[in-house]
Design a protein around this ligand. Structure first.
Ligand SMILES: NC(=O)c1ccc[n+]([C@@H]2O[C@H](COP(=O)([O-])OP(=O)(O)OC[C@H]3O[C@@H](n4cnc5c(N)ncnc54)[C@H](O)[C@@H]3O)[C@@H](O)[C@H]2O)c1
Length: 358
């Protein structure tokens, strides 16, 4: 009989833990480390067992499971997308996720991913924009000023040198909220605009991050100027898009994982043979990113499981360094791993994992 504990303790990170982690590292440093982690994992692309996420659709939204694994570590994220939620005081996007040890199946980390999804999406936008946007980009339009928007703004400001952001949202209160949240950032000029066209005119980068469960046309071809990079974040579900199909035809289109983006991205409007490039090829130097100053580039972002794997990996490392989180007695640690029933005989006994945390 094996008398040692048969399960590793699971570290739990709450939303407050992740907020503290970001505060202690500093947001620019946290975004920078996250972007480096995502890039490093994208460079290991062939090492991952990949699949399109599993989506469960309903009238007002979607709930998705996003699994991925390499030889050592398995990760999954649970995430929803319910654009009408904000009307009843709930976020549009909520998430949590797990990292597990492939050799044993032990879940080593259970973490909030609502805040982390905003961080990783903003970091990923920059990982894509670095090889795709013009290096002299300074002005960005940010269409959609909801929960994700400040993270996008600050990621592009701190990591890409964007110093002017032109804002538009159909809800003026959302734009006021963004401006109040970012008011202390000297060196970042925020310009509220009356229309999408006014916000987009003269922008080097256009980020669309709106939420509406419809095929919207936030960007039409007449708004697109030579040399623009479009970071299309909000079109991420069947029947939920942001770009007129001719915007994609006008651009060189880059995607995370092609089988998933064909279903979920703005790409869903185009035929199955419309040419796209998976971003990992660009990062690995197998395919060109931007090839000229007048080229229009488009990152058709939908959010891929690898970015959450990277984010969970980053959280585990940083939480370890900073001593954050608590050990959760999620998996029973049995004296005899074959005697699970023994837990019922001794329900008052403290699980070993909790004892380790004390
Ligand atoms: N690609 C990814 O990896 C990824 C990750 C996270 C979220 N998302 C998507 O990003 C979008 C934004 O998420 P959020 O958490 O900020 O949602 P949110 O509901 O907090 O904010 C969305 C904002 O878009 C605005 N909006 C809606 N229609 C508009 C329009 N036609 N023009 C201008 N503004 C409009 C709303 O008023 C709202 O302020 C969602 O669609 C979400 O699914 C994508």
């Amino acid at each position: 009989m094996n008398t040692s504990p048969t399960a590793l303790p699971t570290l739990f990170l709450s939303a407050q833990d992740v907020a503290t982690l970001v505060h202690r590292l500093g947001l620019p440093a946290a975004l920078d480390r996250l972007a480096d982690t995502i890039r490093a994992d994208y460079l290991r692309w062939p090492a991952f067992d990949k699949s399109a996420r599993v989506a469960s659709h309903s009238v007002d939204g979607v709930i998705e499971l996003m699994p991925i694994a390499d030889d050592t570590t398995y990760a999954f994220k649970y995430v929803n997308g319910h654009p009408r939620n904000t009307r009843s005081g709930l976020p549009t996007v909520m998430a949590f996720g797990v990292l597990a040890d492939v050799d044993t199946g032990v879940p080593v980390l259970l973490s909030e991913l609502t805040l982390t999804t905003a961080l990783r999406t903003a970091a990923m936008s920059v990982v894509a924009a670095r090889p795709l946007a013009r290096p002299d980009s300074r002005r960005m339009a940010l269409i959609g000023n909801g929960a994700q928007s400040e993270f996008q703004a600050l990621s592009f400001h701190h990591l890409m040198g964007i110093d002017e952001i032109r804002l538009y949202d159909t809800d003026a209160a959302a734009t006021r909220k963004l401006m109040a949240n970012l008011a202390g950032h000297t060196g970042l000029r925020l310009v509220p605009c009356d229309s999408i066209a006014q916000a987009v005119r003269g922008a080097d980068i256009v980020t669309t991050v709106t939420a509406d469960k419809t095929n919207a046309t936030i960007l039409t071809p007449d708004l697109i100027e030579p040399g623009m990079h479009i970071n299309g974040v909000g079109g991420d579900c069947p029947g939920k898009t942001e770009l007129h199909p001719d915007v994609l035809r006008r651009a060189s289109v880059f995607v995370e994982y092609e089988p998933q983006t064909r279903i979920e991205g703005d790409l869903q409007h185009l035929p199955a043979d419309f040419p796209v490039t998976e971003l990992w090829h660009v990062l690995a130097g197998n395919a060109p990113g931007r090839t000229g100053a007048a080229q229009v580039t488009l990152f058709d972002s939908v959010g891929f499981a690898l970015e959450d794997y990277s984010a969970l990996r980053f959280l585990r490392e940083a939480a370890g360094e900073l001593g954050l989180g608590q050990v959760l007695p999620l998996i029973p640690a049995l004296q005899d791993p074959k005697d699970l029933f023994g837990l019922l005989r001794r329900p008052e006994a403290r699980p070993v994992a909790l004892a380790l945390a004390a």
